[in-house]
Design a protein around this ligand. Structure first.
Ligand SMILES: *Cc1c(COP(=O)(O)O)cnc(C)c1O
Length: 837
């Protein structure tokens, strides 16, 4: 039997409810619980069954139920209120962008995964949720912004934990016709279809459009009858296959993504690569420009001028790289079409490893961008060290990788009850000023202990109900006894201190650290007056057996008599589970092996819901923890061995729990309240909600990177790419001569000196055909934790000289060096060339 086609027929919506359709197709409801509740109330059973998908719920709702609700004045009034807010949001004339970012060019954001909502499982963890949140805030701020990704029609897997505690993976075929997405259309109104060549085959792609408030997200899909089975499955699963699979998915994202934007008539100025997965977009853009007559080197300048790269990986092995053999098989057409040679192309991405040269997507992204960043201050530092080798002779702190610390989309993760409570003390325009710390600090003291404690307790009870339901379901599926199923329906107690831990089960996240001293943990959990309970959740990548072994160990421990019902392992961690947990627990635990947590974001979600973050001082928490807004684990230091680190961190974890957290949690004042705890919760909310909001993050990206890159990109394009050509020509001229450049320098250094004195530094250079205008000669004064650069001026005789002031006491070294210099460079190390005297 052939299926001839599929068609979505929505029921006939009564006039009063007509706009429920438009609203369902805009993911605005993912951060507006009052909007999603409208669909839930159509039919709560369908709503749960279809994983909170409003389109599907609407589609399956009976006509009689819709007619009934259309007559329910209370329901109709709720619809009207949501629609008024939605219309105001969509049609706002004034936004942050109109006020603060005039002249901003269109931004095209590329990411392999996006976490918008549980009903669209095209994310695996933090990276995807971050990308989804970035889009939501780009919409809130009114940025000119589009996003590009892949539509995985089997998504990331659904996790089941079997009776042995082993993770099993299920892939559900998504029914795209019942999801809140529609075929993207070209300016002439046709459905967007394109094809790209992959290793000699023509792979056909379709483009879907998701609406995230005011911005579109375009998702590419190869599951088309025109493709053979193999090609249809290229976009089946996120991170599903081997390297061969991966390179093809990355070609679809990078190459297909750029082509899709052209087809859709989207003219972007700034290209943002979220991780190296997207870096092929740079090659495709070079190919486009070369096809239009530009030479390779100028095209590289033009492309890089408008590009930014965000790295998320703090370990070398985590960076995406391909063998040259694989690149040869899949990108053999590229060099000629890019107007270069094989060496010219591979040089852009070359990363020599002990086992041979590789094509590193991170190196490619760094070379094809003029802005790069890590995702927290510490991660920026780690990244600069990691990529220092690309800039020989430079100090790590000079490596041109900055940082923007991650944030979370406040309204996506904030419980509706708290949102209502905060709204009673925040100013009317609070949703436009989420990043405004003064606003939060001024408002939060206005929330009375009584209201805060009652709301937090309600949320905790909601969470416990959710967990019980899930655990009971899981036991039933695993064929548990009636007694065990009953026990599952009674896990956790609202009167106990409840700690949540949920994230991907990558081994560095050390999910089992808590069990390092099992007897001690058992005493903490089973304390009759002051019990502590735990909820764990998380997926391991299907190929990560050590990660799965962690889940199993955890699950088995949770079934031991001393922990049963008090330590719960929940399956299928997704955005839905995440929301319930961060909104319902008292404490959020995170104990990664420092410094491997590039940022971490789940603790931010917990904090803005009044849970206290209890974490290693890594990633974001190292920046946020201020002694009043949560708890640290361990301190900021390095360890001689992993074992020593695990010992020290687990010891600190137990001690803080026993001596600080538990006593404070169970404390009651004369009024029967726990003012001290609630005060900490207020501090958590008022410090974390603004500083680690996605709104702050996207504002940072815009002012620090998107705006300057807009100017840079537009500048190099003018007059038929005159600046790009000039810069490329100048770089070639410098590179051709750099080998011959040398510098000799001397300094009149006294044995001792006093603050206020100065040292004269002189240098003479062999410029090997370059002119003094092409270089910068500088003296570097290095002290303990300080580094100053002072330029040397050239005199008529051709020698260079300067006086280096010694401002403070201390031990200093003085050195001199020469670097290429040009006003068009984004930073001194853009060419990666420098020579020391
Ligand atoms: C926020 C979130 C993450 C990221 O959590 P980390 O603490 O950064 O690891 C992962 N998965 C889901 C479903 C999330 O909502």
């Amino acid at each position: 039997m052939n299926i001839l086609g599929k068609v979505t027929v929505l029921p006939k919506l009564p006039a009063a409810l007509r706009q429920l359709e438009e609203l369902a197709y805009n993911l605005y409801w993912t951060w507006t619980p009052n909007a999603s509740a409208l669909y839930r109330d159509l039919n709560p059973e369908l709503w749960e069954r279809f994983n909170h998908n409003p389109v599907r719920t609407l589609l399956e709702s009976s006509q009689s139920r819709l007619d009934e609700l259309a007559r329910d004045s209370h329901y109709v009034a709720r619809v009207q209120r949501v629609l008024e807010d939605f219309d105001a949001y969509m049609n706002a004339q004034e936004t942050w962008t109109t006020r603060h970012a005039q002249g901003l060019g269109k931004i095209a954001y590329f990411s392999m995964e996006y976490g918008f909502h549980e009903s669209l499982p095209i994310y695996s963890g933090g990276l995807g949720v971050l990308a989804g949140d970035h889009c939501k805030s780009a919409s809130d701020l009114g940025l000119p912004f589009v996003a590009v990704g892949l539509l995985f029609h089997q998504g990331y897997f659904r996790q089941m934990i079997n009776r042995d505690g082993w993770q099993e993976e299920a892939y559900d075929e998504l029914d795209l016709t019942t999801l809140p997405l529609k075929p993207a259309r070209t300016p002439s109104g046709d459905e967007a279809r394109l094809s790209i060549a992959i290793a000699g085959r023509n792979v056909h792609l379709r483009v879907w459009e998701l609406k995230i408030g005011r911005i579109p997200v375009y998702l590419l899909d190869s599951n088309l009858p025109e493709n053979d089975e193999h090609d249809r499955s290229l976009t089946a699963r996120l991170y599903g296959g081997n390297q061969e699979w991966r390179i093809q998915q990355e070609l679809i994202l990078g190459v297909g993504g750029v082509r899709a934007l052209r087809l859709l008539g989207v003219d972007a100025t700034v290209f943002h690569m979220n991780e190296g997965h997207a870096a092929f977009l740079g090659l495709e853009r070079i190919r486009e420009l070369v096809t239009n007559g530009l030479d390779f080197a100028s095209a590289v300048e033009a492309v890089a001028s408008g590009s930014i790269f965000t790295t998320h990986t703090p370990v070398p092995a985590g960076n995406d790289a391909f063998t040259l053999d694989l690149i040869g098989r899949y990108l053999s057409d590229f060099p000629t079409q890019m107007g270069t040679t094989w060496e010219g192309m591979t040089e852009l991405a070359r990363h020599d490893q002990p086992w041979g040269p590789t094509f590193s997507m991170t190196v490619l992204a760094l070379r094809l961008s003029r802005a790069a960043n890590g995702v927290s201050e510490l991660h920026g530092e780690v990244s600069r060290k990691m990529w220092n080798f690309l800039y020989p002779g430079a100090a790590p702190e000079e490596v041109p990788i900055g940082h923007v610390t991650n944030g979370v989309h406040t309204l996506t993760f904030l419980a509706q009850r708290l949102r209502d409570l905060y709204a009673t003390v925040l100013p009317d325009d609070w949703k436009d000023r989420l990043e405004d710390r003064e606003m939060w600090e001024a408002a939060l003291p206005g929330i009375a202990d009584e209201s805060l404690v009652a709301t937090l307790r309600d949320l905790k009870i909601d969470m416990i109900h959710f967990v019980r339901e899930r655990v009971a379901q899981q036991s039933r599926r695993n064929g548990a006894s009636a007694a065990d199923i009953k026990a599952a329906s009674n896990v956790l107690s609202p009167d106990a201190l409840i700690i949540g831990f949920a994230r991907r089960f990558a081994t560095y996240k050390r999910a089992t650290l808590l069990f390092r001293d099992r007897a001690r943990l058992a005493r903490i959990v089973n304390n009759p007056e002051r019990p502590v309970q735990f909820v764990f959740a998380g997926k391991a990548h299907p190929a990560d057996n050590p990660g799965k072994a962690f889940i199993q160990e955890l699950y088995r421990l949770s079934q031991e008599p001393e922990f049963k019902g008090k330590i719960v392992v929940l399956e299928n961690y997704d955005m839905n589970v995440a929301r319930h947990l961060v909104q319902g627990v008292d404490i959020w635990l995170n104990n990664p092996r420092r410094p491997l947590e590039a940022s971490g974001t789940s603790g931010m979600k917990a904090s803005l819901n009044g849970a206290l973050n209890f974490s290693i001082l890594d990633g974001w928490w190292r920046e946020s923890y201020d002694g009043t807004n949560g708890y640290p684990i361990g301190d900021e230091r390095e360890f001689s061995s992993l074992d020593a680190q695990d010992d020290a961190d687990s010891f600190s974890l137990y001690e803080t729990l026993e001596e600080d957290i538990v006593p404070l949690y169970y404390h009651r004042d004369e009024r029967g309240f726990n003012h001290a705890w609630l005060e900490k919760a207020r501090r958590a909310i008022m410090t974390v909600a603004p500083d680690f909001s996605m709104q702050r993050q996207v504002i940072d990206y815009t002012t620090k990177y998107y705006l300057p890159l807009t100017r840079r990109a537009l500048n190099v394009q003018t007059n038929d790419f005159a600046v790009a050509k000039e810069l490329a020509g100048w770089k070639r001229y410098v590179r051709d001569r750099w080998n011959g450049v040398s510098i000799q320098a001397s300094a009149d250094v006294p044995a001792t000196a006093e603050p206020g004195e100065a040292v004269t530094v002189r240098a003479s250079l062999d410029l090997a055909g370059l002119t003094p205008r092409d270089v910068r000669v500088e003296a570097i004064l290095e002290g303990e934790g300080s580094r100053t650069s002072v330029p040397l001026a050239v005199n008529d005789g051709g020698t260079y000289e300067t006086r280096v002031p010694l401002e403070n006491s201390g031990l200093y070294t003085i050195k001199a060096r020469v670097l290429p210099a040009h006003e068009g460079l984004s930073n001194d190390l853009e060419l990666g060339l420098l020579k020391w005297a």
